[in-house]
Design a protein around this ligand. Structure first.
Ligand SMILES: Nc1ncnc2c1ncn2[C@@H]1O[C@H](COP(=O)(O)OP(=O)(O)O)[C@@H](O)[C@H]1O
Ligand SMILES: CC(=O)OP(=O)(O)O
Ligand SMILES: [Mg+2]
Length: 425
């Protein structure tokens, strides 16, 4: 009997769930994807469902009552079980493993079976990833009650960045306080960067251990990663996913003093956040009411990008947001190029915006043309469906690639590789 893996990726604005089949005879192969369901737009209601199963045409629909990651999970689980064509998963009991993307893993350098102790540790870290850990835990809880027979495994976004050296992950603050409160750069989007590293290694036929890249995961949350010899050497997010690049509702890095001038009640607890979150007004403003939402009124970067510079953009707001994003991204590519001593195999775009935002890619690559990156505009406009597509101009000194990242597949692969660690005792 093939085993079924449900791979769950709770992002800040979406829940993506893929169903994979692994046959015990072929454990050396990649798991086979049977279906994929995404509910997106959780920060810009109404949410919408996109569902793809096998070779069937994908289904799309708008959902009025789905407001949270937990709602999205419950809806998708029912949808999968009720799909008669998904014959390998007729009932919930057919699911053997559930993988959960957990953004903040604190000191965990590898995946963990979720037992009471791990659950509590992840819960403790919720304050450090307010848009992510608490919603992911609501799904873990739902899985424990709905799929109690399945093995629940947490994959951490932060684990990939465990290799960042001390002089880069240390903040210049009182070391005793830093140690006591575990204040350091952790970094996130690591499951995606791990997928990108393996995919680009295959594409370039170069071993992971020799691969140097500047990778950009640009989605609702956005980050940059400097990958040296296949390992994370630096990344733009920090103690929390707020640092670095701006996002759908996040400010990204700002002068830390800004908040004292923004509102005097910045340090008070926020009342409007959910009962699972314990955050101050300052954290709420910077995490949930800033970024593209504050600047333009939409969290959809596709709208910003399509309208920038058109008649729709009467006061130039969309163009400002686009230019601002390009500027902040350039703030990382230059330094990472230097940190890699100019030995760069590729600049890689991934994530919803990185994969679909041709206009943004054009502007970013134009900004680093002086370093030797140049685009082929026709492949940039339509990169196609391959996992990795080369969009560089022929003769460009350095490669520019687009990678369709797949965090769910990366987790399912890891389950297959490490299954001995997860067998129920
Ligand atoms: N054509 C497009 N151009 C630019 N951005 C796009 C386009 N289509 C979708 N996006 C953006 O991708 C982002 C979502 O990225 P994704 O990685 O799926 O999100 P999440 O962080 O929730 O996983 C949204 O801001 C969405 O507007
Ligand atoms: C870490 C993070 O910001 O994730 P997402 O982009 O999925 O919100
Ligand atoms: Mg994401």
């Amino acid at each position: 009997m093939p085993e079924i893996i449900l791979s769950i990726n709770a992002g800040s604005s979406s829940v993506k769930i893929s169903v994979f089949k692994v046959s015990s005879e072929s454990i050396s192969h990649d798991p086979t994807q049977l279906a994929e369901a995404t509910i997106s737009g959780l920060t810009a209601p109404p949410a919408s469902l996109k569902y793809k199963c096998g070779n069937r045409k994908s289904e799309e629909k708008s959902l009025d009552n789905i407001k949270s990651q937990e709602d999205a999970f419950r809806y998708i689980l029912d949808y999968l079980v009720q799909d008669e064509k998904l014959s390998e998963m007729k009932q919930k009991e057919d699911i053997h493993f559930t993988c959960h993307r957990v953004v903040h893993g604190g000191g965990y350098d590898k995946s963990q079976v979720i037992d009471k102790e791990t659950y509590e540790k992840i819960e403790e870290l919720s304050d450090l990833a307010p848009l992510h850990n608490a919603p992911a835990l609501t799904i873990v809880k739902a899985v424990s009650s709905l799929l109690s027979h399945a093995t629940n495994i947490a994959y951490f976004d932060s684990s990939f960045h465990y290799t960042i050296p001390a002089h880069i992950h240390t903040y210049p603050i009182d070391p005793e306080v830093a140690k006591k409160n575990k204040l350091r750069k952790y970094g996130f989007h690591g499951i995606s960067y791990s997928f990108i590293t393996h995919a680009v290694s295959t594409h370039l036929s170069k071993p992971v251990s020799e691969l140097n890249m500047i990778a950009l995961h640009l989605g609702s949350g956005a980050s940059a990663c400097c990958i040296k010899n296949g390992k994370s050497f630096d990344t733009s997010m920090g103690l929390t996913p707020l640092a670095g690049l701006p996002g759908a509702t996040r400010s990204g890095s700002i002068d830390p003093s800004l908040m004292f001038h923004f509102t005097h009640s910045a340090g008070k607890p926020s009342r409007s956040s959910s009962e699972h979150m314990h955050i101050t007004q300052a954290e709420e403003i910077l995490n949930k009411n800033s970024g593209w939402k504050a600047l333009t009124g939409t969290t959809d970067f596709g709208v910003i990008s399509n309208n920038a510079g058109t008649d729709e953009d009467k006061d130039g707001t969309y163009q400002l947001a686009l230019d601002l994003f390009v500027d902040r991204i350039l703030n990382y590519i230059g330094p990472y190029f230097v940190k890699l001593n100019g030995k760069v195999d590729a600049l890689v775009f991934a994530g919803g915006i990185g994969e679909r935002g041709a206009k943004l890619r054009t502007a970013v690559v134009e900004g680093v043309r002086c370093l030797g990156f140049e685009l082929d505009e026709s492949s940039n406009d339509k990169p196609g469906d391959d996992v990795v597509v080369d969009i560089s101009k022929s003769g460009a000194r350095f490669k520019t690639l687009v990678c369709q990242t797949d965090e769910q597949l990366e987790m399912a692969r890891a389950v297959v590789e490490e299954r001995h660690r997860f067998e129920k005792k």
